[in-house]
Design a protein around this ligand. Structure first.
Ligand SMILES: [Zn+2]
Length: 189
C-alpha cells in the first residue's frame, strides 16, 4: 500500500495510538510502508533527513515507531522497529535543541527534552528490548513516543512563540516574523 505522510492540521495526529497485541503480517506491512514513506519524504528534500516515524504519521493509530540506524549517513536506509515503546525512566538534565517533524511542514522549534531516557519496547519479532538512549537518540525517542500519545513537538512549546522557527529555502533555520507566526499558529491549532 502506498501511504502518505499526514501533516497538521490532520486531527488524528492528536489522538492516542492503540497498543499492538500480536505482531502479524499487517504490522510487518505497516513497518515497510512507514520506511518507504520516510525515505520518499527524504528524497524530495535537500536539507532534511527522515530520522524516525510513528505509525500515526501514516494515519495508523498503532503504537509502532521506526528509528533510523544511522542519523549521519543518508545512504544507510535501515531502521530499527519499536513496538509499544514506553519511557520507563527519565534521567540527566533537560536541554533545548532544534526539532522538526515530518508531520509539521517546514516548522522547527526549540524543544526542551531529557538528555537520557530508558525505553522498554518489543522488536519486530515480539522480543522484549530495553534501551538506554542518550543525546540525540534520547530526544528522538521522546519525540516519537509523544506521537503515540497524540502529542507533537509544537504542543510542547505552544506557550512560547519565540521557540518557533522556519526552514528557509537554503536549508537554514531562521526566525519567524509576526505575520508568519500568526499564520503558523492558525494552522497548528
Ligand atoms: Zn514527528
Amino acid at each position: 500500500m502506498n501511504r502518505q505522510i499526514v501533516t497538521l492540521p490532520h486531527s488524528r495526529l492528536r489522538q492516542r495510538s492503540k497498543r499492538v497485541g500480536y505482531i502479524d503480517e499487517s504490522i510487518i506491512e505497516l513497518v515497510k510502508d512507514m520506511e518507504t514513506a520516510t525515505l520518499d519524504w527524504e528524497a524530495k528534500r535537500q536539507h532534511e533527513v527522515g530520522v524516525a516515524l510513528a505509525a500515526i504519521q501514516v494515519d495508523e493509530l498503532k503504537r509502532v515507531v521506526i528509528i533510523r540506524n544511522n542519523f549521519d549517513n543518508k545512504q544507510d536506509k535501515s531502521f530499527q522497529v519499536f513496538i509499544n515503546p514506553e519511557i520507563v525512566k527519565y534521567d540527566g538534565d533537560m536541554i533545548e535543541e532544534f526539532e522538526g517533524c515530518l508531520s509539521v511542514k517546514d516548522i522547527y522549534g526549540k524543544v526542551s527534552r531529557y538528555t537520557k531516557v530508558k525505553v522498554k519496547a518489543k522488536d519486530i519479532k515480539g522480543k522484549d528490548v530495553r534501551i538506554t538512549a542518550e543525546g540525540f537518540l534520547a530526544r528522538v525517542f521522546q519525540h516519537e513516543i509523544d506521537h503515540t500519545n497524540g502529542i507533537l513537538f509544537v504542543d510542547r512549546i505552544k506557550e512560547n512563540p519565540n521557540a518557533f522557527y522556519k526552514l528557509a529555502d537554503d536549508g537554514k533555520i531562521t526566525e519567524l516574523n509576526e505575520d508568519e507566526r500568526k499564520n503558523i499558529f492558525s494552522i497548528l491549532w
